[in-house]
Design a protein around this ligand. Structure first.
Ligand code: GDP
Ligand code: MG
Length: 167
């Protein structure tokens, strides 16, 4: 019987950038305009099984759970740090998450920066050039995606899956 080692992927980023929506689009090919942002008492809000034993942990990401974050990403093989391209503040937040991961996470972790809400390009506050430059400087992959239209989502997870370390 082949043994499959589960791969854990965490999603981090400011509240309302679309983390849960990205997961929903990837796993169920659905988008819900009116879904409520993740709330709850626990930092670890959702575990979504994907193919071949891999799984995604979605998170509330609220500031008040920040101290619990290391427990959450410590054993992760990959982290998708999401921001909303229509929110400069969410980009700043993503940068701080990345700095924290680089300090504290497993050195082999695959980190991906994801600019979500690409369908709202007319309200863009974060330019592709700025995000790309930051990603290049930090040695990260950068994807622009839309959980609403599904643009870029499959490609992003496919690339992450290919880059996850196999032990
Ligand atoms: P989370 O708090 O990071 O998990 O964010 P949610 O997935 O709960 O999304 C927050 C809000 O943004 C919801 O109203 C979503 O419908 C909306 N949203 C998420 N992704 C997109 C997207 O790609 N495009 C647009 N237009 N809205 C999005
Ligand atoms: Mg959520």
């Amino acid at each position: 019987v082949p043994i499959t080692t589960a791969r854990k992927l965490v999603l981090l980023g400011e509240s309302a950038v679309g983390k849960s929506s990205i997961v929903l689009q990837f796993v169920k090919k659905q988008f819900d305009e009116w879904r409520e942002s993740t709330i709850g008492a626990a930092f670890l809000t959702q575990t979504v099984p994907v193919k071949s034993g891999n799984f995604i942990w979605d998170t509330a990401g609220q500031e008040r759970y920040k101290s619990l974050a290391p427990m959450y990403y410590r054993s992760a093989h990959a982290a998708v740090v999401a921001f909303d391209i229509t929110s400069s503040a969410s980009f700043e937040k993503a940068r701080s998450w990345i700095a924290e991961l680089q300090r504290q996470a497993d050195p082999g972790i695959v980190i991906v920066l994801a600019g979500n809400k690409l369908d709202l390009v007319s309200q863009r506050q974060v330019s592709t050039a700025d995000a790309e430059q930051f990603a290049r400087e930090e040695g990260l992959l950068y994807f622009e995606v839309s959980a609403k239209t599904a643009e870029g989502i499959e490609e992003m997870f496919q690339t992450v899956a290919e880059k996850m370390p196999i032990e």
